[in-house]
Design a protein around this ligand. Structure first.
Ligand SMILES: *Cc1c(COP(=O)(O)O)cnc(C)c1O
Length: 460
């Protein structure tokens, strides 16, 4: 499989090169040249366990041998707390796909454990080193750190927006003291962190000098690993219920998670509709309802991983939406960078598989409270935004799968606010409370981050 840039300015490259490159050199994102059709495999894939299915899904996208891929996959999911990796729970009108049984208790682990093992494999094969620069809205950072800490020839620099992530999320990052882990608290928002990261990746000389790579969902390998759980849950529900297909609701920030669902549906797996759920930062749900993509100020909410206005993976969706026309994508993205807005024909968007809605803080707290009272199930606030929107899109024929993107204990304050009690706990988080921490505070400035990186690395 060859990979191209969404902006049309990158020569086609193979999978391993795409993984090491992260962001395309023309500023776009790498996408596979074609989406493989899995329609003929549905029956045989229905009987596979998570790891077996992962190998089958990923195989057409990669340039590794099946045995190499199998080993990377096995290593990546071996330390999950439940052997099933991603269990489904039937709760009231929906099926909750629990994606929080990895080492940092959020869905990011499903892709970042894989990415860490993949990076190690590729570096062992090619030599050299990779320094990963990452921006986090809270959960990517700790998952990237757990995927990379202690590995040879790899280091990770994680920028988080200072004071805008939960206490647990912060401790999960800053309590890791390995010498290849660098935590940076940026005095700004997640969009500032992501903007700094993209600017630095756009400085090709700097990027090459310090062998920079990406663990954000701009890295195609993350999207690839996420396709697996969409296929896994859809196949399971279809097999259990005999339904023709499912709907999947996805609490969305950077569009990375739901974009994997979009690819999975296009591969021919039985996903009939994707429901995109946003919090008050609803640029994406406004787009899918009106065709207008307009940036506004970031509002701070109780689902902070979704406090994003500029969703990087949206560019991948745009690429497919405009029929793979890289120039058109580039023009739209430049227009957005300058004017903070562009518009597409809403009728064309309605033909897509994605519908969207949003939930505010009150809806989120009400949904957590109600699922706890009625079903004895605790939703984290991100998952609750999704469930709130999912309830407006239920259908008789197509069962609803809701992705549970984090363990509720990561957002203890929201749970206390919703149910009035400190019900969400997890031993992994409690053990962090008195640990030594390390973090450096920097202003939201590209130069400050560039200087910080060069002071800690030896140039190639
Ligand atoms: C990252 C994250 C999201 C948003 O996922 P995207 O891929 O950015 O859309 C939602 N919920 C939680 C808990 C997250 O950590």
């Amino acid at each position: 499989m060859q990979y191209l840039s969404t902006r049309g300015g990158n020569d086609p490259i193979g999978f391993s090169d795409a993984v090491m490159m992260g962001q395309a050199r023309d500023g776009g994102l790498l996408v596979p040249k074609r989406i493989p059709d899995a329609g003929d495999h549905i029956d045989s894939w229905s009987v596979l366990g998570y790891q077996g299915l992962a190998v089958e899904i990923m195989r057409p996208f990669v340039d590794l041998s099946s045995e190499e891929l199998r080993q990377i996959v096995q290593r990546s999911y071996a330390m999950f707390a439940v052997p099933e990796v991603a269990p489904l729970r039937h709760v009231g009108p929906v099926s909750i796909l629990e994606l929080f049984h990895g080492p940092t208790l959020a869905f990011k682990d499903l892709a970042l454990q894989f990415l860490g093992n993949l990076f190690s494999h590729l570096l062992a094969a090619r030599g050299g080193e990779l320094n990963v620069l990452t921006a986090t809205s809270g959960d990517t950072g700790s998952a990237a750190i757990q995927g990379i800490r202690g590995r040879d020839h790899l280091s990770v620099f994680v920028m988080h927006p200072r004071g805008r992530i939960s206490k647990s999320q912060e401790l999960q990052m800053t309590s890791v003291l390995d010498s290849n882990v660098h935590n940076i608290a940026i005095e700004g928002t997640f969009d500032d962190c992501q903007g700094i990261m993209k600017t630095i990746f756009g400085d090709l000389a700097f990027r090459d000098r310090y062998s920079l790579g990406s663990a954000n969902s701009i890295n195609w390998a993350r999207v690839l690993a996420q396709i697996v759980y969409y296929a896994y849950s859809a196949l399971r529900v279809v097999k259990e219920t005999g339904a023709p297909g499912v709907r999947v609701t996805v609490p969305t920030g950077n569009f990375g998670n739901i974009f994997a669902g979009y690819v999975c549906a296009r591969m021919g797996l039985p996903i009939r509709r994707l429901i995109l759920a946003t919090n008050e930062n609803d640029i994406l749900s406004r787009f899918f309802n009106t065709g207008e993509y307009r940036r506004s100020e970031v509002a701070k909410t109780i689902s902070p991983a979704m406090d994003i206005q500029v969703a990087s993976n949206f560019e991948r969706y745009l690429y497919y939406h405009v029929g793979g026309n890289g120039e058109r994508v580039r023009d739209l993205m430049l227009q957005f960078a300058e004017e903070h807005v562009f518009r597409l024909d809403p009728d064309m968007i309605r033909h897509e598989r994605i519908v969207a809605g949003s939930g505010n803080t009150e809806d989120t707290l009400e949904t957590i409270r109600r699922y706890h009272a009625d079903h004895g199930y605790l939703l984290d606030p991100h998952t609750a935004v999704g469930v709130h929107v999912a309830e407006q899109h239920l259908s008789e024929e197509e069962p609803m799968v809701c992705l549970a993107t984090a363990h509720p204990a990561k957002f203890g304050q929201a749970i206390r606010d919703a149910v009035g009690e400190d019900l969400a706990r997890h031993p992994l988080l409690e053990s962090l409370e008195d640990r030594e921490t390390r973090v450096d505070v920097l202003p939201a400035s590209v130069d400050a981050v560039r200087d910080y990186i060069s002071s800690r690395l030896v140039a190639a």
